[in-house]
Design a protein around this ligand. Sequence first.
Ligand SMILES: Cc1cc2nc3c(=O)[nH]c(=O)nc-3n(C[C@H](O)[C@H](O)[C@H](O)COP(=O)(O)OP(=O)(O)OC[C@H]3O[C@@H](n4cnc5c(N)ncnc54)[C@H](O)[C@@H]3O)c2cc1C
Ligand code: SF4
Ligand code: SF4
Length: 506
Amino acid sequence: MEKIRLIAYNGLKAKIIDNSFCTECGACEAACPTHALKVNNEGVSRLFDCSEILDLCPICYEVCPHSEALLLRSLEPLSDAPVRSEAVGYFRKILLAQSNDPKKREQTHDGAVVTTLLTEGLKDKILDSAVVTQTEDANPIKPKSQVAIFQEEINKSSGSKFFPSSVIKAYGDAVLNYHRKNIAVVGLPCQVLALRKIDAWKHMISGKAKVIIGLFCFGTFSSAPFLEYIEREYKIPPSEIEKMHLSKELIVETKKGVIGIPMSEVKQNILPSCKTCIDYSAEVSDISVGSGYPLKDWSVVIIRTKAGEDYFNAAVKKGVINTRDIQDEPEVFERVIIAALQKRTTGLIEGSKLEKSHSYVPIRVIRETELMSTVKVEDIMTKEITTVQSNMTVCNLLKIMATKAHAGYPVVEENGELSGVVTIEEASTVDKSLRGSTLVGSIARKNVDICYPGETVLDAFRKMSQLETGRIIVLDPENPKKMLGIISKRDIMHALVQQASEVEHI
Ligand SMILES: Cc1cc2nc3c(=O)[nH]c(=O)nc-3n(C[C@H](O)[C@H](O)[C@H](O)COP(=O)(O)OP(=O)(O)OC[C@H]3O[C@@H](n4cnc5c(N)ncnc54)[C@H](O)[C@@H]3O)c2cc1C
Ligand code: SF4
Ligand code: SF4
């Protein structure tokens, strides 16, 4: 029998790696059951062909933060957050905070909230480790992800590094090699999303993060091109750069002095994924932390989950973190909201531009937005539907799945009537030896997720969220067995991209 291989690496390579959308988080390496992948500052390399070991594996593509998989499920930990903001997502509270230790604050140029939260967690044994980003001793701007177990390792991680760090690879290391169970993970929004995807997948390394601290993020740079840019435009060779930090500009400290690079210039040099990224404030973290600019020595903190709230309040109660009401500083609050909304709009517009030249563009619509309530399902649904027959064998279904890009298919009877849906999840439950004799109709899910053409995209998105699915079938309200189309998260993303482009042109 012909060998069918449905290996996620093929999608990861074609869509993410070859299109230069990788941000080196290391989630694919940490999650790969065959240990076939290696992630470092050069990107992802494949050590051997994993399809020689497994013939059906969806993992590395699904946990990649730039794939469209598992987005809705990654939002689940936020489900009891009482407030939703168009700009910064779901949260419980936004406030200003700082470490009560001035030495720590001086080191970080911000409130040193993250370092203090990690320090206290380790001291009180709430944590047994923290996944942080330090720099290499020989190269003070080159990030190095690290499993920190001792206080000195936390101290060494303070301050921001503006090149990608393989945070999720280090998380995998903490679980598998250091056997840690109560880990704090500090990461950028995409790294936090990758970790939530691993949890949503219920992967063997999932569920060990006690608290996930996300950093606000405008983007990261590919090191060589950005360092060349600084050398060309500012006559500073990489060897002279000692530190970078954010204020109104990107401040570069050198052996000879300090320069400021305007954010407009900085943003031109960020990675391709960062250009299409719409998450400024790490929307799926437990606690998000960003700069309190223009205030000196203060950070903005967004508490999102109950776990985050309990962890943060414990540090405040101990007196190691000072807090203030953000309403007292409207300028700081306004800066955060504007930066977050701008990143959202710019990301969608950049995504729409890249779609002309790329076969795939990562646009991560995690949550509902107001724009969705202005578009109807019938205006954006895909009308040409690829269906599969219920009397087809699983073997033939896998052949179709291997050649077409879709992950799920409506199942129809001989008379064309809808009888269920089937995805790779159902197909993978059938033993290899039985794939030639098992019929699709016998494994298809009978409870089909549906909506109607007159409903809004917001209604459809909410159903997708509740049902934890990425696509729903659009039925004729006059004839509930007749399919009119299908609507997927990708269709919704395209509609939002369209709207963002229209807003830009007004
Ligand atoms: C690439 C990048 C872009 C940022 N963009 C913005 C922005 O646009 N607006 C804004 O308000 N704030 C931004 N920040 C966040 C800001 O610079 C501070 O990190 C944040 O305010 C926390 O300050 P702190 O003093 O509490 O952190 P500290 O106590 O100094 O702790 C810093 C923590 O950040 C982690 N870290 C450092 N670099 C990285 C990295 N590359 N990847 C993952 N983790 C890292 C370290 O492990 C450490 O735990 C950005 C940070 C980074 C790294
Ligand atoms: S999971 Fe992370 S390291 Fe792997 S391809 Fe995606 S962004 Fe790159
Ligand atoms: S801008 Fe987005 S993709 Fe880029 S590093 Fe930040 S969170 Fe990741």
